[in-house]
Design a protein around this ligand. Structure first.
Ligand code: COA
Ligand code: ADP
Length: 695
């Protein structure tokens, strides 16, 4: 055995040299790995007794990509492309032996190798686009040569991952190792050791030549994905690299890839997306809940209430392969709820994203029940009944009576006091909030609401469960609206005020849409239902002059064909409605508000600054532990543009000094509620940002 670097070892198995990479946790292409691959291939090539080389990884996965933690440091050692050139330049065949996830630079390493052998459980993909980058080590040039431009677009721009079976069918790998990977890779290497010429992906021409005969391929792809790519820089750059792969010889394509990559590298968008990548992982960790906190196994779940939320939550469990009882008090509601779930799955299947067998498998995991006793076998119960404290307390009293000891009892409340709900039981340590966002089977955010008595193992268990469900959890404390809705309320209040002062709903919506939100607050209200907002105001004893009028007029949003906008029959396209302008003008007059032209900049500041300010209060109160948790909540629960990193990251980019000056300016004309929160004012005075508070 030779230690090539601190992260790469060379071992000999007869005439095969194995370069074994060991760089936990995910074998990222850190300096020692890159250097080790270059030197290791060199050593093996200069040793006449070596006939073939295998590249393999220790631990849980093959190389999962570039080392993102190196991105902010000065670059040292061989560049990624030098590593790929060293591998591809080997005069002896190189076999990549793949387990776990060959992602990004890992897949590029495999593509630079002559052959690829993988375990059946291996997965392959290029996630770079999700962190604002493109595969910059030849991946954009090699993949289209191997699988054609159309699939390359889906993998590189769409960041679609494929499993080993799909990879074999695509020609991405040469063999699936059914038993152990090590012996299979060695046997493969023995078998091909003498075969010449060495197959090199960079030398393939047939697929790209065929793609040159499909002139509309790229235009069609851009058009089909315009909405998903809005505001992002990386997807377009990725598309251009694949166009280059089709149009140019390999070496020129690599140059083009490097130019386009350089344009993304230090962009604020890429930095924000990388920030969110780490914020998401940090949010799943809680300071006083150590990693070795015991977790309870969740083998079976139950959901109470088969409404929109309960149904969506039940789907989350079924999607993760966890059996779930769906318990309703009302037979018609249960039948309706199960029907909606089936239709949702069938719609996904119709788009080709789920097989008919998968639809049935998932449906079979959801056991409808009209008896609360249906929860008896569950390790975790999520309550999603009407948003009513008395009802929820009654439900929790009953749960307390029949749930096994140790069952985690969660409420999906979005507004109610989790401590008061927990107090209805004799086991408040087992109670917490699991606040899902609609549609629950789609939105990735889960606010994990920690009550004052919630036990640490309960939090650890729910965080572990969130990962199995594919959710992005953020732990929050108990307060009105928790983190997300509490901040949203600030924005909503300003939006209401802005239209009275002279902005139109469509102007406000356009400003926030152009900022990068999927829709503005008024379009959003129409989607959620004007009646929903009205009911919330009723419960809180608050009013909203125009929205209350819309409610009274039966303009309940999209479902009634009219709300803040009007909708043609069967259409979800909002159209401005002069009748609404009249309602607004009347309301402004009765409130003696003088209407004026409001600038887009003012709309943006007045909608976003109060959110950041509320975020500062939330941090000061300890309702959220770190700014990144708030950003995760906004990116994954409310569609805050990921390329701006979330409200707190965005505020740092604007500069807290500018934010505070702006707020004080508004305080002069709009009142004292515009005074910056103490934490915000303090950070700004010290010239600091929220980022300094992290960790
Ligand atoms: N560079 C540096 N660190 C990385 C990393 C990378 N490319 N990918 C993952 N990590 C770290 C995570 O930050 C985490 O660290 P922590 O334990 O200190 O929080 C750890 O590795 C485990 O990652 P996690 O995502 O929690 O584990 P997982 O098993 O769920 O998923 C991956 C593993 C590889 C699938 C996932 O981390 C991933 O998709 N990584 C990104 C890969 C990528 O974008 N590569 C291209 C880079 S250009
Ligand atoms: P959503 O916010 O999910 O749309 P709804 O308020 O429409 O919620 O649905 C809540 C559901 O909870 C209703 O279908 C109602 O019948 C059901 N429900 C109410 N009380 C109970 C209960 N005690 N046990 C189970 N289900 C209940």
């Amino acid at each position: 055995m030779t230690k090539v670097t601190d992260k790469v070892e060379l071992t000999r198995h007869g005439r095969v040299a194995v370069l074994n990479i060991d760089n936990p946790p995910v074998n990222a292409l850190s300096l020692g790995v890159r250097q080790g691959l270059v030197d290791g291939v060199g050593l093996a090539n200069s040793d006449a007794s070596v006939a073939a080389i295998v590249i393999a990884c220790a631990g849980r996965t093959f190389i999962a990509g570039a080392d993102i933690t190196e991105f902010d440091k000065p670059f040292k050692g061989p560049h990624y492309n030098e590593v790929m050139a060293a591998i591809e330049g080997s005069t002896k065949p190189v076999v990549a032996a793949i387990h776990g996830t060959a992602l990004g630079g890992g897949l590029e390493t495999a593509l630079a190798s002559n052959y690829r052998v993988a375990l059946p459980s291996a997965r392959f993909g290029f996630p770079e686009v999700k962190i604002g980058l493109l595969p910059g080590a030849g991946g954009t040039q090699r993949l289209p040569r191997l699988v054609g431009a159309e699939r390359a677009l889906e993998l590189i721009v769409g960041a679609e991952q494929v499993d080993a079976r799909q990879a074999l069918a695509l020609g991405l790998i040469d063999e699936i190792a059914d038993d152990e990977l090590g012996p299979a890779a060695l046997a493969f290497a023995e078998r091909i050791a003498e075969r010449r010429p060495l197959p090199r992906v960079s030398g393939l021409t047939a697929k790209v030549a065929a793609d040159r005969g499909r002139p509309s391929l790229f235009a069609d792809y851009r058009k089909a994905n315009a909405r998903a790519h809005r505001g992002l820089k990386a997807p377009e750059a990725c598309i251009q690299t694949i166009e280059a792969a089709v149009a140019l010889p390999f070496a020129e394509g690599l140059t083009r890839e490097a130019e386009l990559s350089a344009g993304l590298w230090n962009s604020p968008e890429a930095k924000a997306q990388q920030y969110v990548f780490f914020a998401e992982r940090a949010a799943a960790k809680v300071k006083d809940v150590p990693a070795d906190t015991p977790v309870r196994q969740i083998r079976q779940a139950a959901v109470l209430g088969a409404g929109t939320m309960g149904g969506g939550i039940a789907m989350c469990f079924a999607n993760a392969g966890i059996p779930v009882a769906l318990v309703e008090s009302n037979r018609a509601a249960l039948e309706r709820g199960m029907g909606v779930i089936r239709r949702n799955y069938e719609a996904t299947a119709a788009k080709g994203r789920l097989s008919a067998a998968d639809v049935e498998r998932r449906m079979a995991l959801i056991a409808p029940s009209l008896e609360l006793a249906g929860i008896a076998g569950a390790d975790l119960v999520v309550e999603a009944v009407f948003e009513d404290m008395a009802l929820k307390q009654e439900v929790f009293r009953q749960l307390d009576a029949i749930a096994r000891p140790g069952t985690i009892l969660a409420t999906n409340t979005s507004t109610l006091d989790v401590n008061a709900i927990a107090a209805a039981t004799g086991r408040p340590a087992d109670v917490l909030g699991m606040h899902f966002f609609s549609p629950a089977n789609v939105m990735r955010l889960m606010e994990v609401v920690r009550g004052k008595a919630t036990a640490k193992p309960v939090i650890a268990s729910v965080l572990a469960l969130a990962k199995r469900l594919g959710k992005a959890p953020a732990v929050v404390g108990v307060c009105d609206g928790f983190v997300g809705n509490r901040m949203l309320a600030r924005r909503g209040r300003e939006a209401d005020r802005l239209i009275l002062e002279g902005a139109s709903p469509q102007q406000v919506d356009k400003v926030l849409y152009d900022f990068g939100f999927p829709m503005g607050p008024f379009a959003m209200a129409d989607l959620a239902g004007i009646d929903v907002g009205w009911r919330v105001r009723q419960a809180r004893g608050t009013t909203s002059p125009v929205a209350d009028r819309l409610y009274a007029l039966g303009r309940h949003g999209q479902k009634t064909g009219a709300g803040w906008y009007r909708y043609a029959t069967g259409s979800r396209q909002p159209e401005p409605d002069p009748a609404v302008d009249t309602l607004i003008a009347e309301a402004a007059e009765s409130l003696q508000i003088r209407r004026r032209a409001v600038s887009d900049q003012e709309i943006l500041e007045r909608c976003l600054y109060p959110m950041v300010n509320e975020g500062a209060r939330i941090l000061a109160e300890g309702i959220a532990a770190k700014p990144g948790d708030i950003d995760v909540i906004w990116v994954y629960g409310y569609g805050f543009p990921v390329y701006r990193g979330g409200p707190m990251h965005w505020a740092d980019a604007v500069g807290l000094g500018r934010l505070v000056d702006g707020m004080r300016g508004y305080a002069a004309s709009l009142g004292e509620q515009w005074q910056p929160a103490p934490l915000l004012a303090e950070l700004a005075a010290k010239g600091q940002g929220f980022a300094g508070l992290a960790r």
